[in-house]
Each structure stands twice: as structure tokens, then as C-alpha cells.
Design a protein around this ligand. Sequence first.
Ligand code: NAD
Ligand code: MG
Length: 394
Amino acid sequence: MTRKLVTVLGATGSIGVNTLDVLARHADAYTVFALTGHSRMQALYEQCLAHHPRYAVVADAAQAQALQARLQDAGLTTRVRHGEAALAEVAADERVDVVMAAIVGAAGLVPTLAAAQAGKRVLLANKEALVMSGALFMDAVRVSGAELLPIDSEHNAIFQCLPADYQRGMAATGVRRILLTASGGPFREMPLEQLSRVTPEQACAHPNWSMGQKISIDSASLMNKGLELIEACWLFAARPEQVEVVVHPQSVIHSLVDYVDGSVLAQLGNPDMRTPIAHALAWPQRIDSGVSALDLLATGRLEFEAPDLQRFPCLRLARHAAEAGGTACAMLNAANEVAVAAFLQRRIGFTDIPVIIEQVMNCLPSAQVIDLEHIMHADQQARQSAFDWLAARA
Ligand code: NAD
Ligand code: MG
């Protein structure tokens, strides 16, 4: 069997590490082509020692030189490159079969889009890339014949519950609604008046999942679910009103599909990202992911409740952006990235996050998306508007 060549964008992050764990279990089927990392150079060095990639990509020339020297000393032939163009090149390289898109935020858009344009099997963790570029990204997938497989656990669950021919459209295949589950994050039950004083550490302490900082904050504000609502609309050609959010604190049901005959299909499993990663790597086959079997008796109870939009305005803002379309989602994403970074730096309170985003969305009208430059311009405008808000507050 010829081994599939895999590029892992964002290898040093939470998804990247889980991906390498699954790949290592199937060394007979997959070879690592390239690993990329932006900080955590020691972690990237150790990953190179373990996986012997042909390329490693880092942020700048100084990092590249230092890593190259260490790898050479260790007897590796890995070539270290740097910069954004190199990220896109290792994603689109003609030798590559599979690209794990696991860079966090807007920084992942260009390489993820490059993988889609090059017709790769794209394992999409970087939801921000799709939220920003929506139609453009899906067009690239269609034109190139890329295979787009969702890694976000909810979307991977939905993918598994949809009929194989769902591209014919939701109505044609009898799908009534998509039910996106949300854990509700660490602040689901906290008294409202305490929310403005929570710390980044509290916000990052997710009850069920261990993830990178940015997505952990997004999960606490429910912006993550908002971004996922937009992501679901693009991935599954759904209208925003066809996607409903249900809070399910146990995170055992990863999402559901409701059919017109009253059947509701769900995908369940332990909250461990290696399940969707293994699913997307091997689809339509199944491979071992290292995740233990779900113990329903130990789980005991599965609960559901409606999301509280007063507590979590970010979800409302994201739904508005999804309905507005055009550049609104790119602006929502950009304002959120600036607000989350400011919260992590303790410059603003947790409840300021939706205030900034709403302010930016109110100031900037949504425009039609024509090309990537257009999206980047909207992203920059929204970032500037959010920075202005922060400066005015300082
Ligand atoms: P993380 O912060 O742990 O890792 C992010 C990775 O991106 C790291 O390798 C980092 O070096 C790289 N990176 C950061 N900034 C960069 C830049 N400017 N240029 C190039 N590379 C850069 O994040 P994560 O939790 O692994 O999440 C990655 C993506 O997957 C996010 O889009 C997130 O929403 C999505 N996702 C994560 C999970 C999860 O369980 N962690 C679940 C679903 C979706
Ligand atoms: Mg998710």
C-alpha cells in the first residue's frame, strides 16, 4: 500500500498534537510530509525527531535558522522554511494527499484555501478560514474536486449523520434541521453579575474539552457555537434558520440531524478530538483512534436546554452575521479575534467581548464578497475598528 503524504498546518497546537497521535498509530498508512508551527519551537523540534517530515515551516528566518541547525545536528534531512508563502506551498505541494488545517484564526485562511484549490483531502479544523471566506472556499473545493472533511466534532458528527447524497440539498434528501450541540462552557450556570469579573484562566477551564486558548475563550462566550453555526451553513448548504443550537452539558452527543419522517440521527462518543480526526483521515473506512469506548452507564444522564442569549450575546451576533452574509462573517470573526486577544491580555472584561463585536458590526456595513482581497480588506477594517474601540477605552 502506498502511504498517504500528510501536511499538518498548526502541528504544535492541540489539534496538531492529536493528529500526530493518530498518524503515529497508522505509520503503515501515512507519512508526514510537512509540519508547521508558529511558536513552541521545542515542541516542533521534538515532533520533527519523531515524524521525520520533509519540511518544517516556522514564522520567521531566525526561527528557521535555529531549528534547521538543531535538526541537522540530530542527523535529520528535514528542510526548514519560513513565512506565509511557505505555509501555502507545503499545503498545495503536488506530492501531498491530505492537509490537516489546524492553524487557529484568520492566519490559517491562505494556506487552507491553497489546500482546497490544489484539490487535496482537506481536514478542516480551522473554522475561522471557512467563516471568513465561505462561498469562495466552497467554490474552490468544487472547482478543484477537493475532499472537504470537517474536524470540528459537531460538524464531523453531522457529516456522519447526513445521507451520502446530501449534496443534492437538504430538502431533496429529507433533512429538516441540523441540531448543533453546545456544552454551554464553564459559565453556563454562573450568576450573571459575576460574568464581567471572570479571568482568562477561568474562561479557559472548559468542563469537557482540552483545547487551545482562543477556542476555549470562544467556547466560554458561545462565539464558538456562533462560528460553528456559520461553518455548518457553508459545509452543508443550510440556511441559518435550518441550524438550531441545543445546549447539552455532557458533550457526549456531538450533534444531530432531524429528518422529515421524525427520525433524529445522532453521533455519540467520548469528547476526544482523535475520533473526528481518525474519521476524516480514513473516511470512508474506519481506523483505531486511541479513544476508549463510550461507557453509557457511566455517562448516565444526557441533558438538553435552550441557549441563553442574554448570557451569551455572541451567539445572537453570529446568527445575525450568518443572515446578513457577504463580508459580515469575516468582520464578526476579525472583531472577535481582537476582542479575545484583548481579554487574554486582561485589557478588557469578558462581557466586553460581545460589546466590541456589536459595535464593529454596527459601524461597518456588510458588502458582497468578490475575491480574497475583498475579504482581507473587510478583516482589516473590522480589526481597525475594534482597535479604535480599545484605544478609546484606554
Ligand atoms: P492551538 O492554539 O492549540 O494551536 C494553534 C496552532 O496554530 C499552533 O500550531 C500555532 O503554532 C499555530 N499558529 C498560531 N498562530 C499562527 C500564525 N499566525 N501563523 C501560523 N501558525 C499559527 O489551537 P487549537 O485548539 O489546536 O485549534 C486550532 C483550530 O482548530 C482552531 O481554528 C480551532 O477553532 C479549531 N478546533 C479546535 C478544537 C480543539 O479541540 N482544540 C476543536 C474544534 C476545532
Ligand atoms: Mg466544535
